[in-house]
Design a protein around this ligand. Structure first.
Ligand code: 5GP
Length: 125
């Protein structure tokens, strides 16, 4: 079920547990501000999730509350992960689902990185 992205942060969400190491994940990158790990249900040959380490529900929440260093760190981490995975050529897709209409299921901000095949048009028709 998609979440209401205006609700307060829930520190029992699955990505908070992954950040704390309470449940396993296949980590591909980590620094002071961000963690990247493989999606458990990949929708493309490469499907990586990048999350900020801070407690933010959505892009809106992050942009409103995060210090500049966290925002810069997260944005740079997405690029580093894509480069490290060799995705710059032939390309990849970034996606952030937010709230009910965005079909966000996990209430901790995350950016999906999809790659590994031609990804087709932007949205399902
Ligand atoms: P959303 O719809 O919120 O943008 O996407 C949430 C993503 O998290 C989905 O692609 C789903 O497969 C992934 N996911 C959910 N639970 C887990 C988990 O426990 N581990 C990992 N690695 N990914 C998860």
């Amino acid at each position: 079920m998609p979440i209401d992205a205006t609700l307060p942060y829930d520190d029992q969400n699955i990505f908070a547990k992954i950040l704390r190491g309470e449940i396993p994940s296949t980590r591909v990158y980590e620094d002071d501000h961000a963690l990247a790990f493989l999606d458990i249900n990949p929708q493309a040959p490469t499907h990586i999730l990048v999350i900020p380490k801070g407690a933010y529900v959505s892009w809106d929440d992050f942009s409103a509350r995060a210090p500049d260093a966290e925002i810069a760190g997260f944005v740079r981490a997405v690029g580093i992960v894509a480069r490290n995975a060799g995705l710059v050529e032939p390309g990849y897709r970034l996606l952030a689902n937010i709230g009910q209409h965005g079909h966000q299921e996990v209430p901790h901000l995350h950016v999906h990185i999809f790659a590994g095949r031609p990804l087709g048009p932007m949205l399902a028709r």
